[in-house]
Design a protein around this ligand. Structure first.
Ligand code: C2O
Ligand code: CU
Length: 487
């Protein structure tokens, strides 16, 4: 053991006292693999979740009451180097319980931030929890509460976590766009109709105000000749973005933080469901003084301008030399063996379909129980069962043998889009609609179109009980969540 006091172990011990049996397994697993739990000390941060006011809606509108980390929306960008330890002391000054989940990070289960599953909730009005973990993968990740996420994330609690590569890539600038979607009333306050049945049973809480980095953007200033690494992160509860950069040909170098074969996005659109990220290279190839639009046309017939790319007049920049497409070094993620993989199937059901509720509402999925409050109960299901975030006493959806390769067929039996997210692991999407894919993207969230099937594969190397859920947060609250046990 290192002489370092290792705050992660201290907080794990206190979590274990409270949780007893639940936390014991991850603690033992962590002790068996000390390198993963400790590592070089890296960055240390404090995050305080509390009500605040932010100017979101733009000129002529009043401030918006929000919930924020360190009084900013999005929360502060947390940066740490790959392989180093990130420590974050969280204080909860909200009037309700919270946690912080580190979306996309392959970290020990006890640090995963899921209330009642991996830790007790952080108490309202002054509760504390210290998170600390080694960040094994470089890339664009994010953090957000996992308690009443459909309210807390929407209210403004979210931020980016950037794990830096050992070798910088040859770009002029590294830019982050946190894309969000707000449902604002006329006075710029956040509409209070969280968990409305209509939203839950349809596409989730779609808003009326799209922001980049917490403000309604007008112009994104660039200099002709620059090469920009643009990190795109969708923190919206429900909106899917399909971004077209007019006049430009961005190419994708990473998805959900994981390096990929550099490629032009399919159909020229970068599609990001809630929770998803893409790192793209944007060459500012237009002349000084010109303007171009970034469009979101995910909803056919309802395209809108997200922001204008404005070229500085009379200025030209020289990007660092690069003779070919920029490629990131792969992260140390084990490759699944598809031949030998154990096979599993998960069917997504429920929601509104042509005026009728799907299977979950018709009775199959009612086992999730009562008391889901505002969300109106079990609207959505995985393999016929709706779950609730406060009760994890039921059996896991899947139990996966640790260290083995697994292939899960996801079948979307609904009329809606679902970004399906697994904690603690990244997985490859190996097939869609029965067809093997040439580029097997390594991601933590897979967006499924209505009626689509997808096969995902990964090595279950991270022990514990992990959340597996739709990242449309109203769908999650409406029952589309489960646990997957790796043991
Ligand atoms: Cu972004 Cu279960 O989380
Ligand atoms: Cu969904």
């Amino acid at each position: 053991m290192s002489p370092d006091p290792a705050p992660d172990l201290a907080s794990r011990r206190s979590a274990m006292r409270t949780l007893g049996r639940l936390a014991a397994a991850p603690l033992a697993a962590t002790l068996a693999a000390p390198s993963r739990a400790q590592g070089k000390p890296g960055a240390a941060y404090t995050l305080r979740a509390a009500p605040a006011k932010r100017h979101i809606a733009g000129a002529g509108y009043p401030d918006t009451p929000v919930w924020a980390y360190n009084a900013t929306v999005p929360g502060p960008v947390l940066r740490v180097r790959q392989g180093e330890r990130l420590s974050v002391q969280v204080t909860n000054d909200l009037a309700e319980e919270t946690t912080v989940h580190w979306h996309g990070l392959r970290i020990p289960n006890a640090m995963d931030g899921v209330p009642h599953l991996t830790q007790p909730p952080v108490a309202a009005r002054g509760g504390r929890f210290d998170y600390a973990f080694v960040c094994p993968d470089a890339g664009t990740f994010w953090y957000h509460p996992h308690a009443r996420g459909h309210v807390q994330v929407d209210m403004g609690l979210h931020g980016a976590l950037i794990v830096e590569e050992h070798e910088p890539i040859p770009v002029s600038r590294d830019v982050l766009w946190v894309l969000d979607d707000w449902r604002l009333a006329k006075d710029a306050s956040i509409a209070g109709d969280f968990g409305a049945m209509f939203d839950t049973a349809h596409g989730g809480r779609i808003g009326n105000t799209v922001t980049i980095n917490g403000v309604v953007p007008d112009r994104f200033e660039v200099t002709s000749g620059e090469r920009i690494r643009l990190r795109l992160l969708n923190v919206a509860n429900a909106r899917v973005f399909s971004l077209a950069f007019e006049g430009h040909s961005p190419y994708v170098i990473a998805l959900d933080g994981m390096p990929c074969e550099p490629h032009a996005p399919d159909g020229g659109r970068i599609v990001l469901g809630p929770g998803m990220r893409a790192d793209v290279i944007l060459e500012a190839s237009q002349p000084p003084g010109s303007t171009q639009r970034v469009i979101d046309d995910f909803t056919r017939g309802d395209a809108y301008r997200v922001v204008t790319i404005g070229y500085r007049a009379g200025a030209v920049a020289q990007a660092p030399p690069a003779t070919r497409a920029i490629r990131l070094v792969a992260n140390p993620v084990p490759e699944p063996d598809l031949e030998r993989a154990e096979r599993h199937a998960v069917t997504l059901s429920g929601g509104m379909m042509g005026g009728m509720m799907g299977g979950a509402m018709m009775g199959r999925g009612m086992g999730g129980g009562m008391g889901r409050g505002m969300t109106g109960g079990a609207i959505w299901a995985l393999n016929g069962r709706s779950a609730s975030e406060t009760d994890h006493s039921h059996a896991p959806l899947l139990t996966l043998a640790r260290g083995r390769s697994h292939l899960i067929e996801l079948r979307n039996d609904t009329a809606w889009w679902h970004p399906i997210h697994l904690h603690g692991h990244s997985f490859r999407i190996v097939a869609r609609n029965g067809r093997a894919l040439a580029r097997r993207d390594l991601v933590d969230t897979s967006l499924l179109a209505p009626r689509e099937t997808a096969q995902i594969a990964f090595v279950a190397d991270n022990p514990g009980d992990w959340m597996f859920h739709c990242h449309v947060l109203e769908h999650q609250a409406g029952g589309m969540m489960a646990t997957v046990r790796v043991a």
